[in-house]
Design a protein around this ligand. Sequence first.
Ligand code: PCA
Length: 205
Amino acid sequence: MAQILLTGFEPFGAFATNPSWDALALADEHGLLDGLDAALARIPVTYDGAFATLQAALNHHRPRALLSFGLHGGLAGREAGVIYVETTARNRDGAGKADNAGVTRPARPIDPTAPATLPATLDVPALLEALQAAGFSARTSDDAGAYLCNHLFFRAACALQGQIPCGFVHVPPVKEMGGILTLQELARAAATLARAAAASMRSTQ
Ligand code: PCA
């Protein structure tokens, strides 16, 4: 049983790398997650594979919380140096672009029987404060888009209701991709978030 499951995505579209996963891998490699009992999973950018891979990781690690990461490159209105803590998972697909398997989903509810929105159940203000205290530019967002990030966030929020808290964070492109932050900085941000998520759970027990 892991304290927290951290997920990031594989590369997609025009992006040759995806810092949402690379930052987690680097944080782990550099010992930034030491003492946290964190498990990591890399999620495919496919409608068929994303939630199935998450489900397998949840079953395997039986974590007490889930924090997922995605890259906000290409999402309208997102600023290059800002990390966004998502507050709201939306019950809709329809980004109008294909996933890594070539599948495009029409603009439709993900689950017609589920509510239109579901909230992040990790302590969003605590995550935001931790990022800002560590010197990062961070904001909340109530719209994670209509592609795989929102899709995974919504399906996780649905499946985990009443079980374990979950949250989603959109990270910016790194320097090598034309962004502002380095991968090392994002690794530190990811570790800060993982620790804040674990601490906020302890304080509510
Ligand atoms: N970002 C995409 C999907 C995978 C990722 O890292 C998104 O914002 O939906």
